[in-house]
Design a protein around this ligand. Structure first.
Ligand SMILES: [Zn+2]
Length: 192
């Protein structure tokens, strides 16, 4: 399967910074590991950015460039990786977002949620059950500007002290869980 991994932020935009974690750096490290790991499993994986730089001069241009890469390569899955932040420092948990409506993105999101729940049974998964899915629907630019299946994961809150430490301590396990979710999705596509 072809997967485009999108580490959020970079360059002028560091993303969320708290408890010694800088989102742009953290998601780049996760993205790089994930690309290598998926390649060893036989998938074709690429990154939207492979160093600490933005893809445009403004936030809008940067996001548009990420969407453009997806539209030209047409991967089977676009996975945007982020960390969360909240003014309430007790906010914590894993979140997954897809574009509105029922699409193949929802199948990928369910597979990723299942893999996360299996890998980290103690961790909170923030679910929006209003539409019966585990994913929260949103209109994030990278989810609406892409044409194929696209999901955005918020791995955890850097603003929650324990969760920031958890993110630091579990980088490899997180990569494996993401890969397991992607492989689960790949199997549903083979079966279809
Ligand atoms: Zn982010």
């Amino acid at each position: 399967m072809n997967i485009l991994i999108d580490p959020g932020h970079g360059g002028f935009d560091p993303g969320a910074c708290s408890n010694g974690l800088r989102e742009a750096d953290y998601v780049l490290a996760v993205g790089r590991y994930l690309m290598t790991y998926l390649q060893t499993l036989g998938h074709e994986a690429h990154l939207t950015r492979s160093s600490d730089h933005a893809l445009g001069l403004s936030k809008a241009a940067d996001l548009e460039e990420r969407c453009k890469m997806e539209r030209s390569w047409r991967p089977a899955l676009f996975l945007s990786i982020h960390c969360n932040a909240a003014s309430n420092e007790l906010a914590r948990g894993f979140e997954i977002w897809t574009s509105p409506g029922q699409t193949r993105s929802d199948v990928a999101a369910e597979s990723l949620v299942e893999a996360f729940a299996a890998a980290f049974p103690q961790r909170l998964i923030r679910r929006d059950l209003a539409d019966g899915d585990s994913d929260k629907e949103s209109r994030f630019r990278v989810l609406t500007g892409t044409v194929g299946p696209a999901v955005l994961v918020e791995l955890g809150f850097v603003t929650h002290a324990e969760e920031a430490q958890w993110l630091r301590d579990n980088q490899i396990a997180i990569v494996r869980a993401l890969a397991a979710g992607i492989e689960g999705y790949a199997r549903t596509q083979e079966a279809a």
